[in-house]
Ligand binder design. Sequence first.
Ligand code: ZN
Length: 388
Amino acid sequence: MLCIRRATVLTPEVQIDNGVLLIEHGRILAIGDDASIAAPARAEVIDAGGLLVTPGFIDLQLNGAFGDDFTLTPDAIWRVAAGLPRWGVTSFLPTIITSPLQQVAQAQETLASGAPAGWQGSIPLGLHCEGPFLNPQKKGAHNPAHLRLPTVADVAAWSPETHVRLVTLAPELPGALALVHALTERGIVVSAGHSMATYREAKAGFAAGIRYGTHLFNAMPSLEHRAPGLPGALLSDAALTIGIIPDGIHVHPSMVALAWAAKGPHRLTVVTDAMAALGMAPGSYKIADQEVIVTEHSQGVHEARLASGTLAGSVLAMDEALRRLIMYTGCNLSDALTTITATPASLLGIDHERGRLRAGAWADLVFLTPTLEVARTIVAGVTCYQAD
Ligand code: ZN
């Protein structure tokens, strides 16, 4: 048994000063303050020294890191996942962008065969398939040669049981609504993105089962007061959750604040959409089969672009994303944490065991310093990262 004591616990609903967590078999056995919980004599004790202890961060959109791109090299998932705890990420959706469908099948196999012996790291919860059923007019950094029209036959092998959790598609494409129905019935979360959908087309997609919007404002029509389009539909429909990339490059900080005002902590998820250059120096990288140039950016976060200038994912780490959300919106820490813990877990239907600190949940924890730097990350009760 593991006992964490002297923790300032943010659950994130309540704060517990002098908090104690008991952990057994990777899960939280009990949580409370030191007056209510005593450490059993046999427990290994970790003294949190008053640091903030929060649920582990969940990233719904990550293309790769440490030089590896998941679409190009699906078997890199476990290797990359082992390094993610340094940014507080304890679970994530490896994202496969538009490519031959064989790349998705390979990624499914990588997850199905499980982690290598002795592996520790951030848990891949299943794939986010971003494409190939996207609108060519909003292709972003996706290779148009691999875009396809939606057909249910193409996704016969996609389900949560075969490790597909989230699918981004353009709801206005012919055949898209039938695909939304089919995927939703299997328990896959369907998202609208890389889309030219009008307001009416977006709402038809929501009625068919779409519950999420991929990187709000990026790869969709601009918000326009007489033609609200997909962004207007996502912002104004209280049932829809959105992802947003707060790196200061993808979206102007004031538009992050606008999204925050419209959606709040329970309908906004911060995603990194980070690519292979995360954790690496500027230089030349790949996203799927396309070349990406990564350069220094004046805002302190690097930027990744195709030779054409199109943004090709971010080089944003999740702890930096947390700090920037607070900087851009003025929200409090508890609400900011909700967007990378409870809200993504709830979207995926796993908030009974991830994204919250409660008895029975996985012991996925982040220790944060007062300046919100990651000091320690624990996944299923095992320390996977500790700062020097
Ligand atoms: Zn995208």
